[in-house]
Design a protein around this ligand. Structure first.
Ligand SMILES: N[C@@H](CCC(=O)N[C@@H](CS)C(=O)NCC(=O)O)C(=O)O
Length: 180
């Protein structure tokens, strides 16, 4: 999404994660995607890659000008990694991965708590920081899974109207459409 937002030229190399090649493992030391190969260096961890791209390519800026604002964006990026993603992943994949009913219930409660925090932050704001930033992009990778959970009735998204409006705003951007 950041590459598209900034109109950066890039090539995509798809990898088979069930059969990782030596070439891929040389570029991605933990065998994970995404990984960005730039000027002979591999960069990984999507939030870190996104900050790198925002530093190197000026426009449009996806981090606030002031240090406090940047710190808050990083807090939301950590929230996406530590709360939002793991709880969605567990609720979505839990039964297939052998989690018990109790573990699934716990994951659902964590997900509802994460959604409530987002709902609160988005009150009166179009995006997490008001302006569109890397904080929004950090969450977007799981919007699809969240929609699937909403459709199956497992997550009542209608109870989080600010979150729903935010998801729609992000999904409506060309950078999102080009990335899914
Ligand atoms: N925190 C990492 C997560 C990367 C990650 O877990 N990627 C998954 C795909 S979404 C992956 O490559 N899984 C393959 C594996 O773990 O073998 C990031 O944001 O880049």
């Amino acid at each position: 999404m950041v590459l598209h937002e900034k109109g950066i030229d890039f090539e995509v190399h798809e990898v088979d994660l069930s059969n990782k090649s030596e070439e891929f493992l040389k570029v991605s030391p933990y065998g994970k995607v995404p990984v960005l190969w730039v000027n002979g260096t591999s960069l990984y961890e999507s939030n870190i890659v996104n900050e790198y791209l925002d530093e190197v390519y000026d426009s449009p800026r996806l981090m606030p000008e002031n240090p406090e604002g940047r710190a808050l964006v990083r807090s939301w990026m950590a929230f996406a990694d530590d709360y939002f993603f793991p709880s969605i992943f567990r609720v979505r994949m839990g039964l297939q991965r052998g989690y018990s009913e109790d573990e699934m219930q716990e994951a659902k409660e964590k997900l509802y708590d994460a959604l409530s925090r987002l709902e609160h932050q988005l009150e009166g704001r179009e995006f997490l920081m008001g302006e569109y930033t890397l904080a929004d992009i950090a969450h977007a990778g799981n919007f699809h899974r969240l929609r699937v959970l909403n459709k199956s009735g497992e997550v009542p998204l209608h109870k989080y109207p600010n979150v729903m409006a935010w998801i729609e705003q992000v999904e409506d951007r060309e950078s999102y459409k080009a990335s899914v």
